[in-house]
Write a protein that binds this ligand. Sequence first.
Ligand code: NAD
Length: 287
Amino acid sequence: MAEIEDVTVVGAGTMGSQIALQAAYHGYRVWLVDSDPAQLKRASDSNRRLALRSAEKGVRSPEEAEAALARIRLETDLAAGTEGADLVIEAIFEDLEAKRALWAQLGRLAREDAILATNSSTIAISRLADLVPHPGRCCNLHFFHPVTVMELCEVVKGPLTSEETVAQAVAFVHSIGRVPVVLRKEVHGFIANRILFAAAEEAFHLVEGGYATVEDVDVAVKKGLRWPMGPFELLDFSGLDVFYGALEDRARVEGGPGVPELLRQKVARGELGRKTGRGFYEYPAPA
Ligand SMILES: NC(=O)c1ccc[n+]([C@@H]2O[C@H](COP(=O)([O-])OP(=O)(O)OC[C@H]3O[C@@H](n4cnc5c(N)ncnc54)[C@H](O)[C@@H]3O)[C@@H](O)[C@H]2O)c1
C-alpha cells in the first residue's frame, strides 16, 4: 500500500463535507464525491464558511484556509473521484442496501491497494467488506459530529481487516489532528456510543420511573460526573430520531430492551430535538 496522499470522501453531507475539510487542512488532496450536485455546492459553501471563520479566530492564516479549500475537488462521478485515491472514506446515508450498492461499485473502481473505510455509526465493516476484492484493506473510520471540532475517531477492525490496515488508519487519523481509538472486535455501537446508550437508558429509567426529572438527571450528570452535557441535552443535540434508529438497530442485532416509551412518544410527535425546535427542551425556531 502506497503512502496516503489522495483521499476520496464519498457523500458530501453533514459528515463527509467536514471529513474532507479536516483532511484538506492537513495537506491531503481530497476528492469530495456526491451524486447530488446541489449537495456538493452546499458542502463547498459550508466548508468555505468554516475555513474562513477558523482564520478569523486565528486557528490558521487566511492563506492556509484558502489553500485547504483549494485542495478539495468536487465530483459527481464516482469513477473519476475514486480512481487515484489511496484512501476512500464512504459517508453516504445510513442505509445498508444503499451502502452495499456503493461498495460493490467501489470494489470495481478503487485501486486494488486503496484502503476502503466507512464512516457508518452502526454498520460494522464486515457487512460491507465482502463486496470488494482484498477485504483486509477495509475498516470503519467513525468520526464524530462536528468533525472539525470533535477529536475522536473510532477505527474498527473487522474479522478480515489486516493489522497493516489498522496501523495505516490509525496513522491517518493522527495525521489529520484527530484522536484514534481501536475497536479490536466488532460490537454494535462501537465504544463511545455504547457508553452513551448505557447512560441514556439509565436516564430514561430514572425519568420514566418517576425517580427524577429530565432537568435534574442532566444537572446530576453535568455537576456530579463533569460531562459537558447531560444525556437528554445530548440527545436533543444529536437528534432523537437518530438515537431511536440506533436503538432499534441494536435491538435487531443483539436483542435487549429496545426503544424507551418516552422516546417513542417524542419521536411520534415530531419532537426531534434542536433541529425541530423541541425535544426534551425548547429551542429557538431552527433557521
Ligand atoms: N450525522 C452524524 O451525526 C453522524 C455522526 C457519525 C457518523 N455518521 C455516519 O456518517 C454517514 C453519513 O451521515 P450524514 O449525517 O453525513 O448523512 P447526510 O444525509 O447528511 O449525507 C449523506 C450524503 O450522501 C449522499 N449520497 C447518498 N447516496 C450516494 C451515492 N450512492 N453516491 C454518492 N453520494 C451519495 C447524499 O446525496 C448526501 O449528500 C452515515 O453512515 C452516518 O451513520 C453520522
